[in-house]
Design a protein around this ligand. Sequence first.
Ligand code: ARG
Length: 457
Amino acid sequence: MWGGRFAEGPSSIMREINASIPFDKALWREDITASKAHVAMLGECGIVSADDVALITDGLDKVAAEYAADGVPEDWDLEDIHMTTEARLAELIGPAAGRLHTARSRNDQVATDFKLWTRAAMDETLAGLGALQRALVTRADEHAETIMPGFTHLQTAQPVTLGHHLMAYYEMARRDISRFADARKRLNKSPLGSAALAGTGFPIDREMTSDALGFDGPTRNSLDAVSDRDFALDYLSAAAQCSLHLSRLAEEMVIWASQPFGFVRMPDTLSTGSSIMPQKKNPDAAELVRGHAGRITGCLTSLIVTMKGLPLAYSKDMQDDKPPVFEAHSLLTLSIAAMTGMIEGTTFKTDRMRQAAELGYATATDLADWLVREADIPFREAHHITGAAVKLAESKGVALEALELSELQAIDARVDERVYKALSVDASVASRKSYGGTAPVEVRARIAEARRHLEMG
Ligand code: ARG
């Protein structure tokens, strides 16, 4: 393609280091689509004859059919998907193929293809996150009243509802969605027609190719357009943050599925057994989601470091932009699907959760608050009295509400029988009706809001 200036061909090392076809063949659909839009525009602007446009368009469709049927051939001499496609087009239609690259460079071509690919990846991720949200809302609705211990420092803190806990992940997914949607909006300008770096002298119509490819308009600066990879970084940073959320949910599932917790039974379909220990059911899918978050974050780091300090405009370093985005996207897609399946298919052991909240003395704060409110005791003193009650219950191996009134009064005479209302885990969660709080009425209101937002009916 550029042999005119060279006396000797590239060494085998050069061919190998230069070739991006092993990975950028994933862009073949986008490459064909963008080429068709480009040549249609060249025809419309009188730069290429109508006959040649028809010939080229038809040839591109044939190449696409071949790729779809047999895959993209990997010839390192042809470097990348752009040259591979053009070379095949020339074999199929002859010299007219050479007109396709008029008023275009691989620099604006690859930026366009990669944006189209990343935009589709964003759409796929947005759809996946929508499905995850639906699963979370559905299970939260089932468990708006289910009591479980809420934790800080992974120590039992106060009782919460399982619905409330699940809806916390709904909120994270909602922020992830807004990050991907925002990135998509910013991405959606067409680089095509920026040519190598400086634009072109041909009378092209950039609006036309932009419209044909579903962009909101052409990029405003040709130098920026061919050297910008912000859209890929935006995708990766949204993906990294999303994967962090998924890994936190995955980690909770791992903990909850462990025997000492026993809060959940994970679906068989997303678990594995042990080849030596017959009793085992391992939460491998959750562990891999937790692990993938590390790899996805690595992809982000990789592209950040690749782009750092590159002068304008295109440099070949930028060819390395694709593998991290491809990798992160496939890992994230799988992670979202795995967590969605896990949320849909997990059995929550609600008795065990309630018991853990009761025996974890999760209502100790409620007892202290009751002493302040009803017996007018200063909070510090109430805290101390409550500590003594917890100590006694713990030594007897019972819940706070299982202590006799006489036992509580022996600790402090100002306690009366009304205190039992404050000691139950149900009363505790029901009282937390502040906006965004864990009370079932409040959780149900947030679920209704989420259902409207997701148009779940
Ligand atoms: N394979 C290249 C890439 O992925 C295409 C652009 C090549 N441009 C160039 N001036 N060598 O970045």
